[in-house]
Write a protein that binds this ligand. Structure first.
Ligand SMILES: [Zn+2]
Length: 377
C-alpha cells in the first residue's frame, strides 16, 4: 500500500513543479526589454489611441512621437513588424533613444506586432533573447516570431483570405501583420493592428512610412528598398545618397498583385509614400546551422559561408557574417536618407520637410551600435 502512495506523491510533486516552471516560463515569455525614450521624444501614446478596438488587447503597443522644433511633414517608422527580424526593432529603438528632429514630426513604433515578441516560431530553435554590448554594460532584447502569438489568435483557418483583395494564402499567414494591411476594424487581432496603423497614417497625415524588415541571405529581395509606385521617385533619390554613404542597396517596385503588404496597401489606401527596407539576417534563413544568440548578433554561420561559395546567396558573405550593427546602420541610414530626399525634393510643399537632426552616420553605426543603445538608469 505504501509504495503506490509514495509514487503518487512523487508524481503529484513533479506535476506541481512542472506547473510552477511553466508559469514562470510563461511570465518570462511575456516580459519585454525596457525602452529609454531620449530627449527628442515629446510624447508617448498607445496605438489604440488611433483605433480603440485594440485597447486593452495584447496587440496594443507604444507609439513614440518626436516633434521637431519647427513644424513640417510627418514620418512613421515601423520596427518589429516581424519579431524574428531584430534589426528593425533595434533601429527603431535607436531612433527613439537618440533622434532629435529639427523639422517635422517622427512617429516610431518599436514593437509593431507586439504579440510576436511574446513567442518564438515552433521548431526553429530560436533564442528568446539576445544581448547587445554597450559601454554601460550588456543590454538584452527579445527575439520573437514572424507572426502574432497564436495564444491570442487561434485557430488559423486552412486558407487565409486577404479581406480587401480576396487573395488566398496559407492559413498561418492569417497571423502575419505584413499580409494584413490595410486591416479591418472587425477582423482578427492582426487585422485590427494593421487597421490601427492605417488609421494613424490617415489621421496624422503621415507623409513617409518606412517598414523595417530582414530577410534570409538566400532570399532575392534583400539589402533592398521596396517602394510603392508613388514612392519610386523618393526612393531612387534616397538610394543614391545611401550608396554615396558606402551602402550597397537596390530598389524594387512593390508588386501590384501581391496584397496585404505595407508597401502595397499603405500606398494604395493612404496618401503616404510607402517604403520597406530589407537587410540580411542569417538567423532566420533556412540554410543556417546552430541557432543561438551569437548567430542573431553576429550573423556568422559556417553553412552560409559554404552556400556563398556555391553561389547560392543574394548577398556577399564572408567569415565576418552580417553583424547586427551593420544591419541597424543600414536601416538608420535609409530612414535619414528618405527624410533628406523628401525635404530636398520639396515633396511636402507648404507643409514643410522632415529633418531628423544629427544622427550617427553609416560607418559609425556599422562599427558599433552599442554606444547608441546604452541602458539608462
Ligand atoms: Zn519581414
Amino acid at each position: 500500500m505504501k509504495k503506490p502512495l509514495l509514487s503518487a506523491a512523487v508524481l503529484l510533486l513533479a506535476a506541481a513543479l512542472c506547473v510552477v516552471s511553466l508559469a514562470s516560463d510563461f511570465r518570462a515569455m511575456q516580459e519585454r526589454e525596457p525602452i529609454y525614450p531620449g530627449p527628442g521624444v515629446t510624447s508617448v501614446r498607445m496605438l489604440s489611441d488611433w483605433f480603440p478596438g485594440i485597447y486593452g488587447t495584447p496587440g496594443d503597443t507604444e507609439v513614440y512621437i518626436l516633434e521637431g522644433k519647427k513644424p513640417g511633414s510627418a514620418m512613421l517608422v515601423l520596427g518589429g513588424t516581424h519579431a524574428n527580424e531584430p534589426s528593425g526593432m533595434l533601429a527603431a529603438t535607436l531612433l527613439v533613444e537618440n533622434a532629435q528632429p529639427e523639422e517635422g514630426t517622427l512617429y516610431v513604433i518599436t514593437h509593431t506586432n507586439q504579440t510576436g515578441f511574446t513567442c518564438t516560431d515552433p521548431q526553429e530553435a530560436a533564442p528568446m533573447r539576445f544581448t547587445i554590448d554597450t559601454p554601460a554594460g550588456p543590454r538584452w532584447f527579445r527575439y520573437g516570431s514572424r507572426a502574432s502569438n497564436p495564444i491570442y489568435q487561434w485557430p488559423d483557418p486552412e486558407i487565409y483570405v486577404h479581406a480587401s483583395s480576396g487573395q488566398q494564402l496559407s492559413g498561418s499567414e492569417t497571423r502575419n501583420l505584413n499580409r494584413a494591411y490595410p486591416g479591418r476594424p472587425d477582423g482578427t487581432l492582426t487585422e485590427k493592428i494593421a487597421y490601427a496603423i492605417t488609421e494613424l497614417i490617415r489621421t496624422e497625415k503621415i507623409a513617409v512610412e518606412v517598414d523595417l524588415h530582414e530577410a534570409s541571405p538566400e532570399y532575392p529581395t534583400i539589402n533592398a528598398i521596396v517602394a510603392h509606385e508613388n514612392a519610386m521617385g523618393l526612393a531612387s533619390d534616397s538610394l543614391i545618397n545611401m550608396q554615396l554613404e558606402g551602402m550597397d542597396i537596390s530598389l524594387e517596385p512593390s508588386p501590384k498583385n501581391l496584397h496585404g503588404l505595407s508597401h502595397r496597401e499603405i500606398g494604395d489606401f493612404t496618401d503616404a509614400y510607402a517604403l520597406l527596407m530589407e537587410t540580411s539576417n542569417p538567423a532566420q534563413g533556412r540554410l543556417r546551422g546552430r541557432t543561438d544568440e551569437h548567430l542573431v548578433v553576429t550573423g556568422q554561420d559556417k553553412f552560409y559561408l559554404k552556400a556563398f561559395g556555391y553561389g547560392r546567396l543574394y548577398v556577399p558573405y564572408d567569415e565576418n557574417g552580417h553583424p547586427i550593427s551593420q544591419r541597424v546602420a543600414r536601416h538608420v541610414t535609409g530612414i535619414a536618407a528618405f527624410a533628406n530626399s523628401y525635404t530636398e525634393m520639396n515633396l511636402g510643399g507648404e507643409r514643410g520637410g522632415i529633418n531628423l537632426g544629427t544622427l550617427p552616420g553609416y560607418e559609425e553605426l556599422e562599427s558599433d551600435i552599442g554606444p547608441y543603445l546604452c541602458p539608462k538608469a
